[in-house]
Design a protein around this ligand. Structure first.
Ligand code: KE4
Length: 426
């Protein structure tokens, strides 16, 4: 029977650059044909050939409750009946702003946008306007969306394509963005002593999901926080991926570090386009229409998307939600490590809540440099062996994976059996 994925991909390449609307989806990093999905329900996905998969991408984070959650579909249907968009304020935007402020104590005021990229791009403009400085600092392997000033050694798609910075970014823009290695406190201190006075902000993934999963050393985040305070530099935690994923209060809650601004996305839209940036009122006040920093968006705070986000944020506050998600994900990690060991494959795995990293290396990496040393060939083979068995991991060794609240014990068992066979076939 004809593989519909192949047919669709060939045709898509005629009308869409690379056949996809986001690079990582094209399977360039793992080879083969991308899977075109037509249906998701709970932890499962079905492709155009009606093949079933267990989904460990969760749309790169948003689907923390699983696909087609009945309560979310119900609220979308209800709200849509009153039109989809007004381009004017609605009470739902007030409701989600109040809820985000309540759930993330470092956020005193918040503005909604329609993607994580818009959130980080706007947060940087606010920081530059507030400090009247131009330089920004980010870290190797971290990805913050595709705004020009952030495609300098980006982590996600760009790293996967082995082009650590993007064509089309003017060198005059890139020159204001410095990049340091993640988890290197010594270099950080040196950098600040040299350039701290020219720095508008630092943007960091407080737990990295874009060079695979990398966790910070506490001393690194503490050093960063102290240096930003000392030099009057705005510290931006990019929690687009970790926000409401690793815990209800995000990575900043887990590590007890308070940023000046936080960017959010993914989960706060429940699968529909919502991003947000917020933080200290003193800083956020600089935004138009109140202040001189301009930022805007036709569909910012869209009532349907916000309603899906509100319902998602309501459901993830259920008692024990994060404990159960963390336990299930930890079980998967421990199981994968065990079956790899019994098959004699160099492999390790780790998770923070429902976000995980799989590594074909002896020890979990702590930096971009260490990630690059992992065995990419084994990852590719493993990815396809598992895909054949109906397990859908991210098509790149530089992406984190995700478990949803809909993943059952059977799903984990099924995955571990498939992993056992796949490791043995390696
Ligand atoms: P979006 O513009 O894609 O909504 O968000 C950009 C972004 C910002 N910050 C962090 C920490 C992110 O992880 C992202 C987007 N993540 C990628 C996954 N690695 C989205 C998937 C894709 O690019 O197709």
């Amino acid at each position: 029977m004809k593989d519909k994925n192949k047919t669709l991909f060939e045709k898509s390449k005629k009308f869409i650059p690379g056949g996809v609307n986001s690079p990582v989806r094209a399977f360039s990093a793992v080879g083969g044909t991308p899977i075109f999905f037509k249906k998701g329900l709970g932890s499962k996905l079905w492709d155009e050939n009606n093949k079933e998969y267990i989904d460990y991408i969760n749309s790169w984070g948003p689907m923390i409750l699983g696909h087609a959650h009945p309560e979310i579909l119900k609220v979308i249907e209800k709200v849509s009946k009153d039109s989809l968009s007004f381009g004017a304020p609605t009470s739902k935007e007030l409701e989600i702003a109040e809820l985000i402020v309540k759930l993330v104590p470092s956020i005193e005021q918040v503005r909604l946008v329609s993607s994580g990229t818009e959130a980080t791009m706007s947060a940087i403009r606010v920081a530059r306007g507030f400090t009247k400085k131009d330089k920004i600092l980010k870290f190797e392997g971290c990805y913050h969306g595709h705004a020009d000033s952030l495609l300098v050694k980006a982590g996600s798609g760009a790293l996967t394509f082995g082009q650590p910075s993007s064509a089309g970014v003017p060198k005059d823009v890139a020159k204001d963005t410095s990049t340091l290695p993640y988890n290197d406190s010594k270099l950080l201190e040196e950098y600040f002593n040299k350039f701290g006075n020219h720095l508008a902000c630092v943007i960091i993934e407080p737990i990295v999901g874009n060079m695979n999963l990398i966790v910070p050393e506490l001393i690194f985040l503490e050093t960063l926080r102290n240096l930003c305070t000392k030099f009057g530099v705005v510290l931006i935690f990019d929690e687009v991926m970790t926000g409401f994923r690793v815990s209800l209060g995000g990575a900043q809650e887990l590590y007890g570090i308070t940023p000046d601004l936080t960017t959010l996305g993914k989960i706060i839209g429940g699968g529909l386009p919502v991003g947000a940036f917020g933080g200290k009122k003193e800083i956020m006040q600089i935004l138009a229409p109140k202040g001189p920093v301009y930022q805007a968006g036709t569909l910012s705070g869209n009532p349907v998307a916000v309603s899906a986000g509100l319902k998602t944020l309501e459901l993830i506050q259920a008692p024990g939600f994060y404990e159960a998600l963390n336990d299930n994900t930890t079980k998967l990690m421990d199981g994968m490590t065990a079956v790899a060991k019994s098959a004699g494959i160099e492999f390790c795995a780790r998770n923070v809540g429902g976000m995980f990293g799989l590594y074909f290396s002896k020890n979990p990496p702590n930096s971009f440099e260490e990630v690059m040393k992992s065995n990419g060939q084994n990852f590719k083979k493993f990815f396809h062996l598992m895909l054949e068995k109906g397990i859908y991991f991210g098509p790149s060794a530089f992406e984190a994976g995700f478990v949803s609240a809909a993943h059952s014990e059977d799903d984990i068992e099924f995955t571990l059996n498939a992993a056992k066979q796949s490791f043995e076939n390696l």
